[in-house]
Design a protein around this ligand. Structure first.
Ligand SMILES: [Zn+2]
Length: 494
């Protein structure tokens, strides 16, 4: 068991309450950068191939605002029920670092585009709501690459990322557990993808999650000293890093140690956080209004236009699935959380075979997701109409559920029609009463002891007899029909 897995198991969470705030940076999915015309297609591009005088911060250049980036932040603001600023402005955040050629970053300080929002999502303890303090726009920095060149350790700079549009979303310190933190980040990622604002892939830095974590004895109001945790490259890492950090702080406080303000990184290999740098005070960035850009005004017409373009949001879809289609909250969560699963589910319903949505949902959230997660090691896809046909055959008792799973797995990898697979594998169930009757009579004749047991009041003997019929028909009999027919015959014989 790793330390992170041990977190919460030592009783730390019984004595201490964790206070967690999350900051997320999302790279917005625009065609050009935040303040210049450079392309944002920088993945895998040669270093410094996507730069111009503006994003290199050369003297005498002027930034221009990317309208789409602004619209993405406003759309996000609407999606989290935030207040959208009527007037906002840009500020210069000043600091020196080699990856920031201008010596300042254009950001939004006092007047963020969106403020006071909230996001509700499911957890193992039920729905949880986090208040979102603000969402604002800024530009990304360049990237330092530390390498060895000709036997010397050097630091190289790639400015392709410089000026990429970033949205920063900051929560209030409302989160209390590592699981809530992970679910919040997952819900926000889903929202970004639904709106189309960001691909939000954590692995390649399109979505960067940072957590401020502190603990306090249960029942106390005052916050403890907070520690910033970075470098979490997956949702699993977010949960584990925070769980580890809560545990680390609890052990330290129990031992009489003082928690220091610091930035810690997550070490995936060791499954622990490590000290990166101390954080003595809030940095003084000497913010001041960006003189090269006018204030940004958001007209009611423009806002209405952005709002009208919003797609149906994940929370609304989940509610619709539960209220109108009768799905469980678990199935709704799984389907809405995975765009391919959602498309398959809706496509199968649209195929119009008349099978209940709940049955289709079971198959998508269960078998399909198992296949899609690669648990069988194969890649493939499921045709919605074929899935609908398969579920209908199971519902009608034409094939068994067990066989249907094999059919789906084969369809997933080969793409062959469901009907052809059933035919070639001889999976069609015997639901014909006459054919079943012959098999049942044979089994009854061959098992007089079980028949006697049943008549002596041992109802369980039916299960044995059903099993014998299934064996005799090589699993092709409709088990429910066999059970009913057996009971009918046995009771009649009295
Ligand atoms: Zn540029």
């Amino acid at each position: 068991m790793t330390v992170a897995e041990a977190a919460g198991k030592s009783g730390a969470l019984e004595r201490y309450e964790a206070v967690i705030g999350i900051e997320i940076h999302c790279q917005l999915k625009t065609v050009s950068k935040m303040f210049c015309g450079c392309s944002t297609e920088i993945d895998g591009a040669a270093p410094n191939s996507h730069c111009c005088p503006v994003c290199l911060g050369l003297p005498g250049v002027l930034p221009t605002i990317n309208k789409t980036a602004v619209e993405f932040v406003i759309a996000t603001g609407f999606a989290i029920e935030a207040t959208i600023a009527q007037t906002t402005r840009w500020d210069r955040k000043n600091y020196f670092y080699p990856d920031l050629p201008k010596g300042y970053q254009i950001s939004q300080y006092q007047l963020p585009l969106a403020a006071n929002g909230r996001l509700t999502f499911g957890t193992s303890d039920g729905p949880f709501t986090v208040c979102v303090r603000r969402a604002h726009l800024e530009e990304d920095t360049g990237r330092l690459i530390h390498a060895e060149l000709g036997g010397r350790r050097v630091s190289l700079i790639d400015f392709n990322r410089s000026g990429m549009p970033l949205m920063e979303i900051v929560t209030e310190p409302d989160i209390r557990t590592a699981e809530q933190a992970r679910r919040y980040a997952e819900e926000l990622r889903l929202l970004m993808r639904t709106i189309g604002a960001s691909d939000a892939e954590m692995e390649n830095g399109q979505m960067r999650v940072e957590a401020n974590v502190s603990i306090r004895p249960r029942g106390r109001e005052a916050f403890g000293t907070r520690v910033e945790v970075k470098n979490m490259n997956s949702m699993r890492a977010v949960e584990r890093a925070i769980a580890f950090e809560i545990e680390r702080q609890a052990v330290a406080v129990d031992a009489g140690e003082t928690i220091h303000m610091e930035t810690r990184g997550w070490d995936e290999a060791r499954q622990s956080t490590y000290h990166m740098r101390p954080k003595e005070e809030e940095n003084d960035y000497r913010y001041f209004p960006e003189p090269d850009l006018p204030p940004l005004l958001t007209s009611p017409e423009w806002l209405a236009e952005i709002k009208a373009r919003l797609p149906e949001l994940p929370a609304a879809v989940r509610t619709r699935y539960q209220d109108e289609l009768g799905l469980s909250s678990y199935d709704s969560m799984v389907l809405v959380g995975d765009p391919a699963a959602k498309a398959l589910f809706e496509g199968a319903l649209a195929a119009g075979t008349g099978v209940p949505a709940k049955l289709v949902a079971n198959w998508v959230a269960g078998e399909y997701m198992r296949l899609a997660k690669g648990e069988t090691g194969a890649a493939g896809s499921v045709d919605p109409a074929e899935l609908a046909a398969l579920v209908k055959l199971v519902a009608d008792g034409a094939i068994s559920g067990t066989n249907a799973k094999e059919v789906l797995a084969e369809h997933y990898t080969s793409g062959a029609p469901v009907a052809a697979i059933i035919e070639s594998r001889g999976f069609r169930q015997i639901s014909d009463a006459g054919a079943l009757g012959t098999a049942i009579d044979a089994v009854l004749a061959a098992n007089p002891a079980a028949v006697a047991d049943y008549k002596a009041g041992k109802g369980a003997a039916v299960g044995f007899l059903v099993g014998q019929v299934m064996r005799a028909t090589r699993g092709q009999a409709n088990a429910a029909m066999v059970g009913a027919a057996l009971r009918e015959r046995l009771d009649k014989a009295d």
